[in-house]
Design a protein around this ligand. Structure first.
Ligand code: NDP
Length: 330
């Protein structure tokens, strides 16, 4: 039977304005960094995407290099789109990125106009899309003039390949410089995608102020610290977990006793709030007014169902926030 989206898909999700733009994004967005590559089945990917959309997740984030192998997440997404979600294309905000190594030679990495334009053309072919909603520069390039990289992003919008532009992993000063160039070109930066979660709070030291002043939205990636800020590792490292599989960025040695001891204490606060640990970690990221959406990953449909439940309780008392800060500072 062909997929038909749930009629009530917009009833329970919150949509938050992205900076000072016309776009609203779901409080929870889904990223395809892992679980959509050549090692995973199309059927699981389709199930994740369908459930996400049925629960009001209208924003899907990819990058040219997601897999493994690089490119395969875009291919899986394209296949899932053709089978299920294509009739709903206008209800989806789909992003991709370029900035990390993608192909050999001098033109397949970093931030030249040559790389970025070639890369989005490849991403369009792999996904079968006519356009992306958001195209990001994935990381700053210390050697290419910012004018060239931002000029390429402006060109990508003007040529119809993407509707909006985003920056990822840019520090506060470089974000200010890039935002000015983009504004002057007439293609304002829509969104910034930084690393942010209870274990990694660097953006609080300047970037969030910049985003507020510039009117740029913020979509933190790895809000669950790749699964550590959930109940996933409370009884050890499961063989089917990201750390347990041994092929991903997260390794068993990263799941330290010290971190898990903190998660146990944080989990007690979550339980008292009537939330799962994952839900509290997501609500905590969303407590910042600058944060538009929390960009999760998922290997199972149940994880997406858990995550969207975060929106039922996004408020923290001052006492809860202080207790969380104290645990994190231990
Ligand atoms: P998360 O911090 O949300 O980690 C996702 C993992 O956590 C899942 O794969 C799963 O692990 C576990 N998990 C998720 N929900 C639950 C739950 N409810 N209960 C228990 N475990 C759970 O995010 P990611 O690190 O996956 O990053 C999200 C997205 O951010 C990426 O897909 C990508 O789009 C983007 N990103 C961007 C980067 C950039 O440089 N711009 C860098 C990294 C990510 P398990 O597999 O073990 O089940």
């Amino acid at each position: 039977m062909p997929y038909s989206a749930e009629d009530n898909r917009y009833d329970n999700m919150l949509y938050r304005r992205c900076g000072r733009s016309g776009i609203r994004l779901p409080a929870i967005s889904l990223g395809l960094w892992h679980n959509f590559g050549g090692l995973h089945t199309l059927e699981n990917g389709r199930a994740l995407l369908r459930r996400a959309f049925d629960l009001g997740i209208t924003h899907i984030d990819i990058a040219n290099n997601y897999g493994p192998p690089p490119g395969s997440a875009e291919e899986t997404f394209g296949a899932a789109l053709r089978k299920d979600l294509l009739p709903y294309r206008q209800e989806l905000v789909i992003s991709t990125k370029a900035g990390y190594y993608m192909w050999p030679g001098p033109y397949g990495d970093y931030g030249s106009r040559k790389y970025l334009v070639s890369s989005i053309d490849q991403s369009l072919r792999r996904t079968g899309l006519d356009y992306f909603d958001i195209f990001y520069h994935h990381r700053p390039d210390p050697d290419t003039p910012l004018e060239e990289t931002m000029g390429a992003l402006d060109f990508i919008v003007r040529s119809g390949r993407a509707l909006y532009i985003g920056l990822s992993n840019y520090g506060p000063e470089r974000t200010v410089e890039a935002a000015k160039i983009l504004r002057d070109l007439g293609t304002p930066c829509l969104i910034h995608q930084p690393y942010y979660n209870m274990f990694g709070r660097q953006i609080e030291e300047g970037l969030t102020d910049v985003l507020e002043a510039e009117g740029i939205g913020c979509i933190p990636f790895s809000p669950l610290a790749q699964g550590m800020l959930t109940n996933r590792y409370l009884e050890g490292v499961p063989a089917d977990s990201r750390a347990g599989q041994g092929i991903f960025f997260l390794k068993p040695k990263d799941v330290t006793d010290e971190k898990i001891a903190k998660v146990r204490k944080l989990n007690e606060i979550a339980i008292a709030r009537g939330q799962s640990m994952a839900q509290m970690a997501l609500a905590w990221v969303l407590r910042l007014p600058q944060v538009t959406s929390a960009l999760i990953g998922a290997s199972k449909v149940t994880q997406i169902e858990d995550a969207v439940g975060a929106v039922r309780n996004l408020d923290f008392s001052q006492g809860e926030l202080e207790r969380i800060d104290a645990i994190l500072a231990e």
